[in-house]
Every structure is written in structure tokens, then in C-alpha cells.
Design a protein around this ligand. Sequence first.
Ligand code: GUN
Length: 245
Amino acid sequence: MGDNPASRVYVNNKKKACEECGFKSEEFALPEETTEEELLSLIDTLNKRDDIDGILCQLPLPCHINEEKVLLAIDYSKDVDAFHPVNVGKIMIGNFDFLPCTPAGVMELIKLTGIEVSGKECVVIGRSNIVGKPQAMLLLHANGTVTVCHSRTKDLASVTKRADILIAAVGKANFVTADMVKTGAVVIDVGMNRLDGKLCGDVKFDEVSSVASAITPVPGGVGPMTIAMLMKNTLKACKLHNNLN
Ligand code: GUN
């Protein structure tokens, strides 16, 4: 909804990925002034359509729309973002169909480093519903010892310096500096910020890369993984709806 430039880029990337995977996708680009009732009515139509397996409502929504109400309206068996409270609850228990895309992508990246999460000190900076909180849960499922930091955390650097695996999901450009990172840590940068018109992460890449054993760049790190996980969820939804498992 509306004309958020970042959302435009994300939606275009998601549509392109669908095309590459051979998935049919439909975009409903609603104008800013669309009412909540109209949006909920569209979701209801898509929920009922048998030829639709996955539904995603790109966030953020304009202020006059109740985001919680919208996410609750999406049929949870089509909720490829895993934002519906039923799916959030299933993730908490560890018995889920869909994983939230960004945290799941981060777990895949960690797996690729060959480093075992089990028993490791994992520190997540940020406690959003989309990344920080579910990320903590996935690391916990992988038997990590997890700490979640946020804006009220005291002496943040002393906590982040303990991390074997450090996930930055703050939303502030160059927030994580080398003095906050333990030598040899795995550093995953979920940030997507604009600084002087240039896309950059939450981590000061140039200096942290000389301390970390592995680090993700922005762009080209977590972003493509998020989309890959969205495709994975969509395939899963299709299989569930068509009893193909
Ligand atoms: N806005 C920012 N990240 C996301 C995401 O992963 N899914 C949706 N739907 N909106 C977002």
C-alpha cells in the first residue's frame, strides 16, 4: 500500500524471484488512501481463492491501517511471511509450517559457515517482531545461548563482545563497530539503511570484517536469503494446499 520506495524495491525483487522459480504471482498495488475495510476485503477474496497458495502484505502499512488486524486476517495456511499469530505461536513451540523469512535466511547463512550454533553465545541486537524476536527463537531452537539487546540495554558493547554469533537488526547505519565484536565472531548484518543515498547495513563492514571470522555484506548478504526463504515457504504452502507432501 502507498508508495514507500523501499517497499517498491522489495516487492519487485519478490516478483522477480517468483518468476525465476516458475511461481505465478499477482501484485495488488493499493493507493495510500485505500481504507482498511477495502484491504481486508481483498485479503478475504485471496483467502478464498483456490488458485492462491501464498499471501504476503508488504509492510509498513500507512498509519490509518491497523497492521495487527491485517496480519490476523490472512489465512494462516497461506501466510508465507509467518507473521500470523498462529504461525508465531507455532514457531515458539517449535512445531511450525513456515519460518519467518529473514531469521530463517540468517540461520541458513550461519549453517554455511560450518559453525555449530549449539552451545554458542548468540547475541541479537534488536527486538522487532519481524526479525529480533523470531531470530532469538530460532537460535534457541538450535541450542544457542541467546541474549537479545535493545535500546535500553546497559553497556551494550560488553554484551555484544561476548557473542560468538552476533546478529545486528537495529536499523541504524554503521551502528556496530569493531570494538563491539569479539575476535573470530560470526557477524550477520540484517540492517538495510540509506546513508547519503547509499544502501548500508547496521555493521561498519570495513573495520568489523578485520575482526570477524565471517561477515555478511549489505547489499548482497541477508537480503537475497530472505527472498529465497520466501520462495521456500511459498513452495511449502503450495504443497500443503495440494496434499503434495
Ligand atoms: N517489510 C520489511 N520486511 C518485510 C518482510 O519480510 N515481509 C513483509 N511482508 N514486509 C516487510
